[in-house]
Write a new protein. Structure first.
Length: 400
C-alpha cells in the first residue's frame, strides 16, 4: 500500500498525555524514529497521514483516498510486518480487543469498533503497543536497536577522521554524513550508537549505547550520556543523562542530572536542573494519570519526569521522582514543585499562577525562531486549544 494512515486508538491516547495534547500518538518518538516514521520506512510508503483529534489535523493531516490504516501506538516487529503484509482489503487485523490494521477507502469509514464488512483476522503473537507514557523511555533501548538495524542495513557508516575520538565496538556505531565528532568516547559494547546527519558531538563527551543522536542535534562539551537515550532532531543536550527520550528541538545544554524521563519539543532546562528518578525509600513510583484524575502506580523503581512541549525550567530547578508537567509551563525557584503541574502554569514550589496565553505565545515564537522554525498559525491554533482543554486543571485561577 502506497499510503498509510496512522490512527489514534481512543482507548490509548489519554494514557499518553501530556504528549498527545500536541501530537498524534504515531508522532511520538521512541527509539530513533517516530512510530509513524517506523512504519513508513518498513513499508516504503510514499505518504503518511494521521487520524487524530480534530484540532491537531491542521498540522497532522490525513491523506485522501484508499489507505492502510495502522494503530498509531503499535511498534512494528518482524512477525507483525508479515501479518500486515498478508492482510487483504476485506480483512482487519486484531490482537484481542485491539484493532491493529485494516484497509479503508476514506477516513469517514473509520469506526474502530464497527468496520464496514471486514473479516476479523486475529494476531495471536506478542505485540509492542505503547499504552503508558513511561513506556516511551522504558522501551527506548529496544526500539533503538530495532531502528538501528532498519536504518543502517546494507549501508556503510561515514565514520570519523578525528584521531582523538575512541570508538568501542565500531561495527555497531553508525555515523551519518555531516556529523562532527571531536575528542569523544563512543562505547557500543552494550548496544548500538546512531549518529545522525549534521550532528555535533563536542569535546569530552562520553556516550554508551544504545544511543541515538538525531539529525541536527548536538552533545555539549563534557556530556555524560548513559544507555537507552535518544536525543531528537535539533536538540542540544549536556550534563548527565540516563535513559531519556528528547523528542526534538529541546535544550538541556548545561550540567545537572536527568534520568528515566521523556521530554517533548521546544523545552529549555536552565543550568543545574536536576530530575530525580529514584525515591529515597526505593518504592515504586506513581505518576499523574489524566484518564483517572489521580496518580497511577508505574510499577517502576526508576521513573523520572514526563515533560510536555514548550516547558521552561529555570536555573537550579529540581523535579521530584515521577513529576508530570503539562504543556507550556514555566517553572522556577527553590524547592520541589508539586508532582503534577498543569499546562500553562507559572511558578514553582511557592505556588502557581497562569502563564497568560499572549505572553506564552511570545516566548514560544522566540524559542522556535532561535532554531530557525516559525511559530505559525497551525502551531498557535493547537496551543490555544490545549490552553482551553487544560483550563480545569489550573485550580488556582480565579475564574474557577
Amino acid at each position: 500500500m502506497d499510503q498509510l494512515m496512522m490512527f489514534d486508538d481512543p482507548r490509548i491516547r489519554g494514557n499518553l498525555l501530556p504528549f498527545t495534547f500536541t501530537r498524534p500518538v504515531a508522532a511520538i518518538r521512541i527509539g530513533i524514529l517516530t512510530i509513524g516514521e517506523k512504519w513508513q520506512e518498513h513499508l516504503q510508503a510514499s505518504q503518511v497521514g494521521y487520524l487524530t483529534q480534530e484540532y491537531l489535523q491542521g498540522k497532522f493531516p490525513p491523506v485522501p483516498g484508499p489507505s492502510l490504516y495502522i494503530n498509531g501506538a503499535l511498534c512494528p516487529t518482524g512477525e507483525l510486518l508479515e501479518a500486515v503484509g498478508a492482510l487483504k482489503e476485506n480483512e482487519s487485523l486484531w490482537h484481542q480487543e485491539t484493532l491493529l490494521a485494516t484497509f479503508l477507502e476514506k477516513p469517514e469509514q473509520f469506526q474502530p469498533d464497527h468496520l464496514p464488512s471486514k473479516k476479523k483476522v486475529v494476531f495471536e503473537k506478542d505485540i509492542r503497543i505503547l499504552g503508558r507514557n513511561w513506556q516511551i523511555f522504558q522501551w527506548n533501548g529496544n526500539e533503538i536497536r530495532q531502528d538501528f538495524d532498519l536504518l543502517t542495513r546494507r549501508r556503510v557508516s561515514w565514520g570519523t577522521d578525528d584521531p582523538h575520538t575512541h570508538l568501542y565496538r565500531e561495527p555497531d556505531i553508525f555515523i551519518e554524513k555531516g556529523a562532527k565528532i571531536r575528542a569523544a568516547v563512543l562505547n557500543a559494547t552494550n548496544g548500538p550508537i546512531y549518529i545522525g546527519k549534521n550532528t555535533e558531538i563536542m569535546e569530552g563527551s562520553l556516550v554508551r549505547g544504545p544511543f541515538a543522536l538525531c539529525e541536527g542535534a548536538t552533545l555539549a562539551m563534557g556530556a555524560k550520556i548513559r544507555e537507552n537515550t535518544t536525543i531528537g532532531p535539533g536538540c542540544k543536550v549536556g550534563g548527565e543523562v540516563s535513559n531519556v527520550v528528547f523528542m526534538g528541538n529541546s535544550n538541556k545544554a548545561h550540567d545537572g542530572y536527568m534520568g528515566n524521563s521523556v521530554v517533548g519539543e521546544w523545552c529549555n532546562f536552565g543550568a543545574n536542573t536536576v530530575v530525580s528518578n529514584l525515591k529515597n525509600n526505593h518504592m515504586p513510583v506513581k505518576v499523574w494519570d489524566y484518564t483517572k484524575g489521580g496518580f497511577s502506580d508505574t510499577g517502576l523503581q526508576f521513573c523520572g519526569s514526563m515533560i510536555a512541549d514548550h516547558v521552561k525550567l529555570g536555573i537550579g530547578t529540581t523535579l521530584n521522582t515521577g513529576t508530570v508537567i503539562g504543556v507550556g509551563s514555566n517553572l522556577f525557584g527553590e524547592g520541589f514543585p508539586r508532582k503534577f503541574v498543569s499546562s500553562f502554569a507559572w511558578g514553582g514550589a511557592a505556588g502557581f499562577s497562569t502563564f497568560k496565553l499572549m505572553r506564552f505565545e511570545e516566548t514560544a515564537q522566540k524559542a522556535m525562531a532561535f532554531k530557525g522554525k516559525e511559530f505559525d498559525d497551525k502551531e498557535r491554533a493547537i496551543l490555544q486549544r490545549v490552553f482551553e482543554l487544560t483550563r480545569p486543571y489550573r485550580i488556582w485561577d480565579k475564574e474557577f
